[in-house]
Design a protein. Structure first.
Length: 65
């Protein structure tokens, strides 16, 4: 394996660890109710999207003359 490949992999691993540490500290500062509320909103929006997509597919009619 080339030295540049090893250095690039180590660089990416270090960046991932650093991003994880910063992300953990940022999440620790947020209120858990806000995170839960966002999670509920995302779940509701996903459900609404699937219902709208299914209804749209039901009324998709091809007419051939």
């Amino acid at each position: 394996m080339k030295t540049s490949s090893v250095l690039m992999i180590l660089f990416l691993m270090n960046s991932g660890i650093l991003a994880g540490i910063v992300g953990t500290q940022f999440i620790g500062l947020l209120n858990p109710y806000i995170i839960g509320g966002v999670e509920v909103l995302l779940g509701i929006s996903y459900y609404v999207h699937t219902v709208i997509r299914d209804v749209r597919n039901c009324f998709d009619v091809d007419i051939e003359l």
